[in-house]
Design a protein around this ligand. Sequence first.
Ligand code: FES
Ligand code: FES
Length: 156
Amino acid sequence: MLRLTVNGVPTTVEIGWGGESLLHVLRERMGLPGSKNACEQGECGSCTVLLDSLPVCSCLVAAGQAHGREVVTVEGLSAGDDRGFVGRAFLAAGAVQCGFCTPGFVVAVHELLSRSDEPSELEVREALAGNLCRCTGYEKIIDAVHRAAGQLRERR
Ligand code: FES
Ligand code: FES
C-alpha cells in the first residue's frame, strides 16, 4: 500500500509492487492522465511532476520512492481560478501544437516561476532543458514563459 499526498490530498493507493513507476500509479491507478508517457526512460520530460516541490520525471521514480511524500501533477497546477495561467500563456503564445509535451513544460515552468518571477532567457532554457518538444521549435515556448512570468508579476 502506497501512502502519499497528491495535489494536496492525502491518498492511499494499492500498487502491484514498489518498483512500478510513479507515472504508472498516477495515470493508471489514480486516473490522473495529465502526466504523459512518451519515452518512459527519462529523456523527454513529458511525465514531469513535482516531488516535494522539485521537478522529476515520474517515469523514473519508483512508486515506493514516493511513499510519504508530496506529489503535484499538472492537474493540481491547473485547478482553480488563477492556477491555469501557465497553460493559458502557452496557448496565447502559440506554444502548443500537438500538445503532448505541454503538461511537462507547464510543471517545469511552475517550478521555475516559484523561484523567480523574472527569469532570464538562460534561466528559462536551463529550467526547460529536460523537456523536449518536437513540434514548436522552442521559441514560442520561451515566449510563453516570459508571458506567464509577466502575468505573475502583475498579480503581485
Ligand atoms: S516519459 Fe518520462 S521522461 Fe519521457
Ligand atoms: S507541441 Fe508537440 S511535442 Fe511539443
